[in-house]
Design a protein around this ligand. Structure first.
Ligand SMILES: Cc1cc2nc3c(=O)[nH]c(=O)nc-3n(C[C@H](O)[C@H](O)[C@H](O)COP(=O)(O)OP(=O)(O)OC[C@H]3O[C@@H](n4cnc5c(N)ncnc54)[C@H](O)[C@@H]3O)c2cc1C
Length: 459
């Protein structure tokens, strides 16, 4: 069954079919007649990959989506769940009925271990799944254990997953009945800063709505060398924009911050100077805290020589393909990207939604090329287009490419960002339910903004 076969990839698919019929079955991986493509992880990267793949493979090819949860969750809405503006039900989509409708095999199981030399994936229930091609889209493992007392099993909340955010919302309600100081931010080694700013501002907005903001001193604690760095060296004027937002909302901040440990109601922080030398120790009392952790690759792939880096992130080339295991691709937060620059406290590069979709487009086309016996040639732009919601307004930025020096380095703020983010949430969930990856109108709008997912082939 073909989804979206009228899309621009349909031509590629027809080519693939013709070439494969012409050369016969033996040219494919493991000599199978038709390919079995496994997508590991059903987040923004994995679901987009699955839908795009449907546009390039034939009726006899199999796509299997494997996810440790039975549902897709729209992660960007988790900060809203954390203050009760959304519930889990609002932002998750059950995958089994949907995948059955679209002819995609779905397995709701955690991957236990990848065996890339055997082209098989071992699942937690003991099953082994063989593949011809594997797209790893497993997102991050959340490294709360790297800071004593950090995380939902310790003394701080998290909005990284919808279940964490649901727990954070319960704690939030209790906190609002008996408010006190808040500490919010991102610890050393974190690579995702946008949601920390979002959650800080959203909490501020909600506290004002409840008319208890005056009882809540707030401190933003971040590994970034300056506010608005975002792991990206800043984009446009994010430094001034975010400093201004924090100032207007009476949120103090500590940058170059390393969280030493968290105890019940108390965070121990070392602030470094720009020279990397200790500047000050802070003991921050809190009644509510949400801190984003550092990320690492999931356990199922960590330590696989040649496949992942020392932190377990998938090593990919410019085609999103792993060199040691050329039938394995990586998309999304799970891939390795070197830090942009050395900062006094370690910071990582974020992998944002549009950037991830550009990885997906390239990986899909490159798998399609391999199916026709051609070499991969599609290169993602890794352009970043981000909307950070602050509850009533927000900050948007475009970074082309994501890492400086950039051709486009733009940021802006206003009420429109809040409405755009709400619209984007509805739109993305609609696409997931409809089995679409990038409808033509989305492509048109993005083209008007000069945002492209793939690099033009070199002349
Ligand atoms: C709170 C938050 C808000 C964000 N907001 C934005 C935003 O507004 N805009 C933006 O551009 N970016 C945002 N990001 C960054 C990025 O877009 C998201 O992190 C995005 O969800 C990453 O997609 P992914 O597919 O790479 O990983 P994930 O969404 O994490 O998906 C990985 C999937 O793999 C599954 N999985 C994990 N381990 C296993 C296993 N062993 N076996 C099987 N399945 C497994 C997970 O359950 C999950 O479904 C945000 C990130 C966070 C954490």
């Amino acid at each position: 069954m073909l989804i979206n076969a009228a899309g621009p990839l349909a031509g590629l698919w027809k080519q693939a079919r013709a070439a494969r019929e012409a050369v016969g079955a033996e040219t494919l991986w493991q000599g199978t007649a038709m390919a079995h493509i496994v997508v590991l992880g059903a987040g923004i990267g994995g679901i987009s990959m699955t839908y795009e793949l449907r546009t390039v493979v034939g009726a006899d090819d199999r796509i299997t989506l494997i996810n440790n949860n039975p549902y897709f969750q729209f992660t960007p809405s988790n900060p809203w769940v954390g203050v009760g503006w959304r519930t889990k039900q609002d932002i998750v989509v059950e995958l089994a009925p949907l995948m059955a409708k679209f002819g995609i095999d779905f397995i709701a199981q955690a991957a236990k271990r990848l065996h890339p030399t055997e082209n098989r994936l071992e699942l937690a229930d003991g099953r082994f799944i063989d593949y011809d091609y594997l797209a790893i889209a497993s997102g991050p493992e959340l490294a709360f254990d790297e800071v004593a007392g950090l995380g939902p099993d310790g003394h701080t909340e998290s909005v990284c997953t919808v279940d964490h955010a649901t727990k954070a919302a319960v704690a939030w309600e209790a906190f609002c009945k008996d408010p006190g100081p808040i500490v919010v931010g991102a610890v050393q080694g974190a690579s995702c800063y946008g949601p920390a700013y979002e959650y800080a501002m959203i909490m501020d907005k909600e506290l004002r709505r409840r008319k208890i903001r005056d009882r809540v001193p707030m401190t933003f604690v971040t590994a970034e060398p300056y506010i608005g760095h975002l792991g990206l060296g800043g984009v446009g004027d994010t430094k001034s924009l975010l400093e201004s937002e924090l100032r207007q909302r009476h949120i103090r901040w500590i940058t170059n911050a390393k969280v030493d440990k968290v105890e019940v109601g108390r965070m121990h922080v070392t602030e470094l100077g720009d020279d990397g030398v200790e500047k000050k120790k802070h003991e921050l009392a809190f009644k509510y805290s949400m801190m984003l952790p550092a990320f690492r690759g999931i356990a199922a792939i960590r330590g696989l020589e040649g496949l992942v880096n020392p932190r377990g992130f998938v090593i990919v080339d410019k085609h999103q393909r792993n060199a040691r295991y050329p039938n394995v691709f990586g998309v999304g937060v799970c891939i390795a990207i070197a830090p942009l620059e050395q900062t006094p406290v370690a910071t990582g590069v974020p992998k944002t939604g549009y950037m991830i979709e550009s990885m997906v487009s390239a990986a899909t086309r490159n798998i399609a090329s391999l199916l026709t016996g051609q070499e991969p040639s599609s290169v993602p732009t890794w352009n970043a287009f981000c909307l950070a919601d602050f509850g009533d307004r927000g900050v948007a930025f475009i970074a082309q490419p994501q890492n400086p020096p950039r051709n486009v380095n733009w940021s802006s703020e206003g009420k429109w960002v809040h409405y755009a983010k709400v619209a984007f949430e509805k739109y993305f969930l609609h696409k997931v339910r409809k089995g679409q990856s990038e409808p033509y109108y989305e492509k048109t709008i993005m083209s008007l903004l000069s945002l492209h997912k793939l690099k033009e082939p070199a002349a």
